[in-house]
Ligand binder design. Structure first.
Ligand SMILES: Cc1cc2nc3c(=O)[nH]c(=O)nc-3n(C[C@H](O)[C@H](O)[C@H](O)COP(=O)(O)O)c2cc1C
Length: 425
């Protein structure tokens, strides 16, 4: 990556890293030890705290800092809460009743412990009321001297970005379209994460498509028809060209990070070739020892084919890419806005995740379109799965692979490919 250092010093200096690789924040999967391992490898580790309480946020930052002196990125969700009025309450009761009926019909409770009980809408609405806004977390970021903050689901206000800047915090925002990227730049973010349609987990989209209404269109149950769906191959060159037009003064340059389907040297080089200054990778860290993903999640990712993921908003009310299962296929009705739907389905998701393979149909198995490509041979720098990869071999490899091993393989492959491109070999 020395080559990149010479050609594009900005992002490495801005993010205080020596390699242009970022571990994506993955709420529910990323642990403090994952972030620290990545930071200790000279890359940027991202700690997800979206929606977590102020106390949890502070504790996680402190836990991470105990394990590394490297720069870390703390990631949150910058959006405004929907108003929970009578009509939202009515919808929540209706949604919960449909949810409980579905779980009963699918025999969900039979697979759970006897203490499991139907979801209680009133109790859930109380939880919604106590949700933490990113605005409450800003003070913690500043107090704990976090060097880098990234956000998704929207954009902080220029005043909030200014406040972070005054405390020497570097600010990253997530865009899924050219218009969103230009908006982030105008608001004052330092680095833009271009998230392609391939990406696992929640889509960061925050601007409706031209002509689309702000509310859910009929038929938008599983694929969110109203937010951008641009693949990284198309998004990157257009976004880079618009944000950093040819001939613009160097000081106006905003570095771009590519996210979505990057999991190897080859995919990283492709993204860099298309204009990215760095890459952000999520799914390839799900099956590591530092990951908090359940064994069922890891197994599902290990065996996922290209067509096995889809965008769905039935779990959370926002479009997120995960592996298709019984719940994504059979849940009916228009989901409530984030985070209400997320809070309503939380007891089901948590119980499902705790009940191993029996719960796999009701877990949210967030993963990207390329997640299954990250097979057992990846640690050796070979990212193609072979016919002989049996499940047990995969499980074994996942249990043993560390984030550092994953990164080393990807960085080495990237360096080799870049050297080849330069004709050094
Ligand atoms: C399990 C999972 C959880 C995620 N959680 C977050 C999150 O908390 N915040 C965020 O900004 N992005 C989140 N993402 C999206 C990633 O930041 C990133 O865009 C994505 O992982 C890149 O695509 P890839 O999975 O193909 O590498 C998540 C992705 C996954 C797979």
């Amino acid at each position: 990556v020395k080559y990149m250092k010479k050609m594009k010093p900005n992002i490495l200096n801005i993010l205080r890293i020596s390699n242009a690789f970022i571990q994506a924040p993955m709420l529910g999967v990323t642990s403090p030890s994952m972030v620290a391992a990545v930071a200790n490898a000279g890359c940027l580790g991202s700690l997800p705290v979206g929606g977590l309480s102020v106390d949890q946020t502070r504790q996680l930052i402190r836990d991470t800092k105990k394990m590394t002196n490297g720069a870390i990125n703390v990631n949150t969700f910058s959006y405004d809460f929907p108003v929970v009025d009578q009509s939202m309450r009515d919808s929540a009761f209706q949604m919960t009743s449909g949810l409980n009926d579905l779980l009963l019909a699918k025999g969900f409770w039979d697979t759970q412990s006897t203490s499991a009980s139907p979801i209680d809408a009133e109790e859930r609405l109380q939880v919604v009321k106590k949700s933490t806004s990113y605005r409450d977390q800003l003070e913690v970021f500043i107090e704990e001297r976090v060097p880098i903050v990234s956000f998704t689901f929207g954009c902080m206000t220029p005043n909030e970005i200014d406040l972070l800047h005054r405390h020497r915090v570097v600010v990253l925002g997530t865009a899924t379209s050219v218009a969103e990227a230009l908006f982030l730049k105008a608001q004052g973010v330092d680095v833009i994460v271009a998230q392609g349609y391939e990406a696992g987990g929640h889509k960061g989209s925050f601007m409706p498509l031209r002509g689309a209404s702000a509310t859910s269109a009929p038929g938008a149950k599983r694929v969110d028809l109203e937010s951008p769906g641009v693949g990284l191959f198309s998004l990157l060159p257009q976004l880079c060209g618009a944000v950093n037009p040819r001939g613009a003064p160097a000081k106006e340059y905003t570095p771009i990070v590519a996210a979505g389907g990057v999991y190897s040297g080859r995919t990283a080089v492709a993204a860099l070739t298309l204009g990215a200054d760095a890459v952000q990778m999520g799914s390839c860290f799900i099956n590591t020892v530092e990951s908090l993903a359940s064994v069922a999640h890891k197994r599902a990712v290990a065996t996922a084919a290209d067509v096995d993921t889809e965008y769905t908003n039935v779990f959370s009310g926002r479009s997120a890419r995960g592996i298709r299962n019984a719940f994504t296929v059979s849940m009916a009705g228009t989901p409530l806005p984030y985070p209400v739907q997320n809070v309503l389905t939380a007891p089901m998701r948590q119980q499902a995740a705790a009940s191993g393979d029996a719960g796999v149909g009701f877990m949210s198995i967030w993963a990207g379109q390329s997640s299954g490509r990250y097979g057992s041979s990846a640690a050796a720098g070979v990212n193609v799965r072979t016919e002989s990869d049996s499940d047990s071999e995969l499980d074994d490899a996942f249990a043993n692979r560390s984030c550092a091993d994953v990164l080393t393989a990807i960085i080495n492959e990237t360096n080799t490919l870049l050297s080849k491109q330069m004709g050094l070999f």
